[in-house]
Design a protein. Structure first.
Length: 144
């Protein structure tokens, strides 16, 4: 794997600290997910998962992490290729369209923000409903 120092400075991504941390947050969370999954698999196998309160707390409190990892991964991809849209071919400033005004872009952005806000609130409501209802069929055996 070539390091950054193998490339001339003017080809470096523009925001290296943010790139560094978003990548490490993604990989760090990915590593945590592997550990949680291993622990969960082991507990399920020993039929202790539904009675292991500390583990259930870890599971519940981890629910925002995939969203954070996703966003950090996407940030990595977007920042890592700056200042290029297509590496070596199309610089980001050359990628704008003369036919789309700034107001147009802002309008679309606000539209998507609104749409995803509604979907996000719906998701939270549904997730809280599912958490409130608890696991559907837990046998005596699994409850421990
Ligand atoms: C386990 C360790 C992980 C490693 C080693 C890893 C590695 C990578 C690499 C190399 C990239 C490409 C960056 C680029 O464009 O050059 C990437 C992108 C990405 N990763 Fe990860 N990743 C890990 C975990 C995760 C996890 C747990 C998530 C989400 C739950 C995630 C979500 C993403 C997303 C959304 C992208 C951007 C994809 C795109 O838009 O092209 N990654 N990851």
């Amino acid at each position: 794997m070539k390091g950054l120092d193998a490339f001339p400075r003017d080809l470096w991504p523009t925001n290296i600290p943010l790139l560094y941390y978003s990548y490490h947050i993604m990989v760090g969370l990915g590593t945590i997910f592997i550990a949680i999954t291993a622990a969960g698999t082991w507990l399920l196998w020993r039929r202790k998962a539904y009675a292991a309160r500390p583990f259930l707390w870890v599971l519940m409190l981890s629910f925002p992490f995939p969203f954070i990892a996703n966003t950090a991964g996407w940030t990595t991809a977007e920042l890592g290729r700056q200042p290029w849209l297509v590496y070596g071919l199309l610089p980001t400033p050359a990628g704008t369209s003369a036919n789309v005004s700034a107001g147009n872009t802002l309008f679309t952005l606000l539209g998507f923000l609104g749409l995803y806000f509604v979907i996000g609130v719906l998701f939270l409501l549904l997730a809280m409903k599912a958490i409130g209802a608890g696991p559907a069929h837990v046998s005596h055996h699994e409850r421990g």
